[in-house]
Ligand binder design. Sequence first.
Ligand code: BGC
Ligand code: CA
Length: 338
Amino acid sequence: MKKAFLLLAVVLMALPVAVFANGADEDGSIVIGANIYSFADNFMNGVMKPELERYAAEKGAVIEIVDSEGQQAKLNDQIDVFITKGVDVLAINLVDPASASSVIEKAKRAGIPLVLFNKEATEAGVMGTYDKVWYVGTNSAESGIIQGEMMVADWLNNPEWDKNGDGVVQYVMLKGEPGHPDAEARTLESVKAFTRAGIDVEQLALEADPNWSTQHGNDKMQAWLSSSFGDDIELVICNNDGMAFGAINALKTAGVVIPLYGVDALDQALTHIAEGEMNGTVLNDGVNQSRATLDLAINAAQGVDVTEGTIWTIENNETKAVRVPYVPVTPENYQDFR
Ligand code: BGC
Ligand code: CA
């Protein structure tokens, strides 16, 4: 009895390995080994993960998505496991955008194609080190430019937003993850839109958060409101909606209304816009980024040109990137995104 049970356990444990070892599961489907850098991330867990799962099923592929819990070392181990299991292709959301080279090296040594998504590699030239690596994401700067232009237009239409009447925008910024191309580009570009329009800005505070989290947004906004410059804040710039939700909560708790903008266009952001608690956001099209990731991954696993039969184009041979466009979301058009 005991022996039979042990045997069964051994067989069950070996099963996934045996199944993947043929380069496909039982019915010949493509097997994709994937991760999300952290399941605690609103955008990655709420938008990209469900669409990766749904779209994989639609395409008849098998996807396993693991949580890297914000640890690059954990992701490296997870990739080793996927390689041992013999997955056909890897779809990887880097934890550390500066650690792509070790990930690419692993895939290359195993001869498995690799699609990086959402966090673009920051090491120069790294995409050229393997012929079977590609990137799916956005043009990071575009989100900041769109958010910035939206804020400039609203600022000009609402002279009362300049509370102290000095013609200068006193703002606070929730940045997100330092070193993340999206966080870095948004931080620069949104503010540049003001200076381009001839409007001076004054940064009262800026805080980074590797987790882009609601809790952080809440805590920082609360601290800022009760600081010496609390009454001077005229604009809250959030580099993602997750942090914006926290800031909105802190503002509501304090009974204060300050113009506030995010990025991502999560469902909850549309509700905040409807309720006048948020002035705008930028659609980060995670649904299409998920689809592009899998379209490329499945083609790569089949050994055909990655964009074959798809609507995507590769930007150039250096970045090897598919970039999904951002879209402005305002109180005028938010209902189109529900
Ligand atoms: C999103 C953020 C998210 C980050 C994760 C960005 O593109 O706007 O909400 O936290 O990706 O890497
Ligand atoms: Ca002012």
